[in-house]
Design a protein around this ligand. Sequence first.
Ligand code: HEM
Length: 506
Amino acid sequence: MSTLLSKQHELGVVLYLSLFLIVTLFIRRLRRWQHLRHIPGPPLAGFSRLAWLVPLARSGEIPTWMREAEQKYGRIVRVGPNMLITSDWKLWRRIMSVRSPYTKSERFRGFRTDPTKDHIVSALDEEEHGRLRSIMVHGYSGKGVEGVEEKMDADVLSLIHLLESRYISHNKAFDFARKAQCFSIDVIAHLAFGEPVGFVATDSDVYNHIDIVEKQLPVMGMTLNFPGFFKLLNWPPFNRLVPKAGDKDGMGKLMGIAKETAARRFGPNKKVQKDMLESFVSRGLTQEEAEVEILLQIMAGSDTPATAIRTAVLLVSTNPRVLRKLQADIDSVAPFPKAQVIQDEKARSLPYLSAIVKETLRWLPPAMDIAAKVVPPEGDEWNGTVLPPGTEIGWNAIGLMRDPEVWGNDADQFRPDRWLDAEADPDKLRDMDTVGEMIFGGGSRYQCLGRTVALMEIKKALFELFRRYEFEVMNPGNPWYSRCWNIFEQHDLWMKAHPRDSTSVA
Ligand code: HEM
């Protein structure tokens, strides 16, 4: 009898505690929901990241959703219990400006390449971020650095040689999305490690890097929403999932190369070269920091230019008017040998090529992470909307880049001429340039350090490809596989290329 009573008592306690826990959790959720309830968004977004943000990150349909969200809920949308996105470019400009009191959100932790170490993107502390930025800004901008253009030229010629020898001369189709990716990884590896890894030379996915990274992309997109996840990866058994410098393939293999590259720049027998890494080291980057920064270059600098190059090739090849104008721009250049690559300065002076690059980046921004920043402790207000302290707010890339107020009613159309037309209206052009620059972060506090390198690479590649070839899309109705996990997974862009005569060939 007494055992039965004590069992009943235990059951009562368990029930009471469970009820208490449920009520407490419910009140916490209600409070969290309440503090941003004045901001519209999908109903479930206010309650849990799991209910809404995470499935979205897993969908691969981020651009489509961002567009619809902007149209349905407006310029500030609630996407999580404590998270907003905005497509108001003036608000985003303010958030990203040099003197803005907004700071980086914990989301950036999710970009760590090593769960125990920060690099410039994952460093949340503003002072630390500023220190790393001041060490690296010169090298990234190319000041005092030798060989950036020469290395890139060699990689462009290597891509041309591959296409020519394996595919074009045999009238064979190729997946241009993959070729662009191999090219971009080689370019950035060439700059970061001092030599290309050989993706183009071997026409293969060296160390299964692309395959492994592509499989991880949906998971990475999701884990960005759980900054604490990275702490978990420090402990067994989860730490076994983390790539390591000794691995034979994937990111771990590149980690190993980054470690060796950094090691060569320190110690009594250090190798001194006037390249980007040397610029970083001479300004105070430590060996440990160099290891992660080298890897970050590969992470940040390979997929993004590849997305721009393949998107431009597809869009230009399927727009005959745009193609003709680009060909005219290219043919206006004084003839030079095919064995050479257009100089960066010359490429930058070509108005239609520049318009195509800006328009491609606008039409499909290669880096779509919302890059959320945190509202300062004093809170903020924007056009009457209260932004409570601690709220995370990111950008709605597609909302901004398709905003009819900035780009006109044909904002959804790929129309490079809009950049040339706007020259007649300096105010309009200034706004377009300001918003267009947000593709690289905008402002100068967090602006992409690889911007100069990326633009050089994209312009050189497009010029040389369209100087030599006309591209034929094999399946125009469904030209490629394209999904966005903050950055893009794109492949199966099957194309053939046919040689063309350009007057710019000597
Ligand atoms: C089309 C190509 C690219 C795009 C669209 C792009 C976009 C961006 C964006 C939006 C940010 C800012 C994120 C934030 O809000 O904090 C950023 C930062 C950065 N990017 Fe890029 N990027 C590109 C290419 C590259 C390349 C080629 C490299 C390396 C060579 C690179 C290195 C970096 C670095 C180091 C940062 C961190 C800057 C900082 O936090 O101070 N990016 N990029």
